[in-house]
Design a protein around this ligand. Structure first.
Ligand code: FES
Ligand code: FES
Length: 155
């Protein structure tokens, strides 16, 4: 599969999740394992431009597909506008949920589901934050939305 623009050929057992393939086989540890059962959103990545939970996605299903992780959303080692906004708005505490939050937040804007705070809350509801940074996360998303920046980069 293609991950962040680079082609990778890996031999995996059929039961290996995309999350474990990314973290353990490709050493892309920016994608976090929270619950490993589809409830926290910490493992959110994009497959073919759509956000998915990597813990619930089998890696073999992604054969030949384009996967994007937090390491791949900004070119040349820079920061994506959403990453900058998260820093500016202090939209995290421990940071464990943050990569998943950012992958969802960028997708949310592309999906056109960020018109109001209620919309943002609803469409980010799959991304839990134990540190309850929700108001700051919404503020970061609002800022990027209102700046009208090109955020996509999704496949
Ligand atoms: S680790 Fe995938 S949803 Fe929690
Ligand atoms: S910043 Fe700690 S879980 Fe979200």
């Amino acid at each position: 599969m293609k991950v962040n623009g680079a082609l990778h050929e890996i031999d995996l057992e059929p039961r290996v999740s995309l999350l474990d393939a990314l973290r353990d086989h490709l050493q892309l540890t920016g994608t976090k394992k929270g619950c490993d059962q589809g409830t926290c959103g910490a493992c959110t990545v994009w497959v073919e431009g759509r956000r998915v939970l990597a813990c619930l996605t089998l890696a073999v299903v992604c054969e030949g597909q384009e996967v994007t992780t937090i390491e791949g959303i900004a070119p040349d080692g820079g920061l994506h506008p959403m990453q900058r906004a998260f820093i500016e708005h202090d939209a995290f505490q421990c940071g464990y949920c943050t990569s998943g939050q950012i992958m969802s937040a960028v997708a949310l804007l592309d999906e056109g589901n960020a018109a109001t705070d209620d919309d943002i809350a609803e469409h980010m509801s799959g991304n839990l934050c134990r540190c309850a940074a929700y108001p700051n996360i919404r503020a970061a998303i609002r800022e990027v939305r209102d700046a009208g920046l090109e955020t996509s980069g999704r496949g």
